[in-house]
Design a protein around this ligand. Structure first.
Ligand SMILES: Cc1ncc(COP(=O)(O)O)c(C=O)c1O
Length: 399
């Protein structure tokens, strides 16, 4: 044991900690120390959980729902998730195909562990959510990112997918609406991609955690809704964190073909057991008390939509910055490659010099971009954009 890393496993030495959580923590620490930070780093809604959801969890707590529950989740919640999943996708999923986990993040990891063996390749369109490659590596599998930049609307094409397939390809990860780009796949594009996945016998991990955060009248389409062959190979991950402002509750879901759901539940039984029992009663209220839930969701969506446009118009007015107006999630992913700094240096200096927290595109496998979350107030957006513009002007001036 000559160095501290001798104490660690191959897994622990190989992992990169989540850069988004790290930057968010850094911004919060600076604020706590009295700095006036405009943070665009948060990966969570800035709204509180709706009251009726909190009330249901409090009532469950008082009613003694404080014990272990069934590993894949309490039955009424699994039934409600299966019913909702089926109605929204035009399929017939059973409650036995549902696993409720401690977060969408864990649902993704379970899905990968349940289906991928060491050496299997997992195709991940980039820009990607930071955790996918790391989770794939933790399963002993091999991440194969394919870049789709802003020129293609951050959307993978069927021919790109076809070209990336090897005899070891096992899984394709799709994430629509996307973190970090907010891009949304159309039905037509998904149909083309899914046809390739079917032809090459790939499993599709469809991370739909932002499925309800979508604007401009665009419809969310799930690969699971594109016919029996697609459904039979698709694992849909979703959860309560983003749609209902429940990030701290740790409630994720997966709906999968029966054999995969069973394996995911068995893995969960050895890794975490059920997620918090009384929290699941809160989730049940989110799905059952639909009028209250819809009212809270619509209020949040209206605010996000307004802020999305505010941030987009501010960013696109800056010389040297271009930005697509994304139609989902709560992120924009502007192109800053014209300003002459690598994205990590750009973000580090922006935080240092202007106290604006953003996340470098390099963390998402896409150099030349930065990610901004607009899950923050209109005031922070207005002031943040002023500071970013000043910073960019300075960079242009010194170029
Ligand atoms: C694309 C994506 N998937 C999954 C998650 C996981 O969410 P949670 O574990 O909070 O449910 C996130 C959260 O940032 C995300 O952005």
């Amino acid at each position: 044991m000559s160095s501290p890393s001798d104490l660690l496993s191959t897994w622990a030495r190989g992992i990169s900690p989540s850069p988004t959580l790290a930057i968010d923590a850094q911004a919060k620490a600076m604020m706590a120390a009295g700095h006036d930070v405009c943070s665009f780093a948060a990966g969570e809604p800035d709204f509180d959980t709706p009251e009726h959801i909190k009330d249901a969890a409090i009532a469950a707590l008082r009613a003694g729902k404080t014990k272990y529950g069934p590993t894949p989740g309490i039955e009424p919640l699994r039934e409600a998730i299966a019913a909702r999943h089926s109605a929204e996708r035009g399929v017939k999923a059973a409650a036995s195909q549902v696993v409720v986990s401690p977060g969408g993040k864990f649902s993704c990891y379970l899905s990968i562990l349940a289906t991928c063996s060491p050496g299997d390749e997992v195709i991940i369109p980039a820009p990607y959510w930071v955790s996918y490659p790391e989770m794939v590596k933790l399963a002993g599998a091999v991440p194969r990112p394919i870049l789709a930049g802003d020129a293609s609307g951050f959307l993978l094409s069927a021919s790109q997918l076809e070209a990336a397939i090897t005899p070891k390809s096992r899984m394709l990860i799709l994430n629509s609406p996307s973190n970090p780009t907010g891009a949304v796949y159309s039905r037509a594009r998904l149909e083309e991609i899914v046809a390739v996945a079917i032809r090459h016998n790939l499993i599709i991990l469809s991370d739909e955690i932002y499925e309800h955060l979508i604007y401009d009248g665009v419809t969310h389409v799930s690969p699971a809704s594109l016919g029996a062959a697609a459904e039979a190979r698709t694992i849909v991950v979703s959860g309560f964190s983003k749609t209902y402002s429940m990030t701290g509750w740790r409630l994720g879901t997966l709906v999968a073909p029966p054999a995969i759901a069973k394996a995911a539940s068995e893995l969960q039984s050895q890794m975490s057991s059920n997620t918090t029992t009384f929290a699941q009663y809160g989730a049940l209220a989110a799905l059952k008390e639909t009028a209250l839930t819809q009212a809270a969701l619509q209020k949040m969506l209206a605010a996000f939509d307004r802020r999305r446009k505010l941030l987009h118009s501010g960013l696109t007015a800056i010389d040297g910055v271009t930005c697509l107006l994304a139609q989902g999630a709560f992120y924009l992913f502007p192109n800053i490659s014209g300003l002459g700094l690598p994205s990590n240096e750009f973000c580090a200096r922006l935080l240092q010099e202007e106290k604006v927290a953003t996340v470098p595109g390099s963390a998402f496998g896409a150099e030349g971009y930065i990610r901004l979350s607009y899950a923050t107030s209109d005031e922070v957006i207005a002031e943040g954009v002023r500071r970013i513009a000043r910073f960019c002007q300075k960079l242009k001036h010194h170029a």
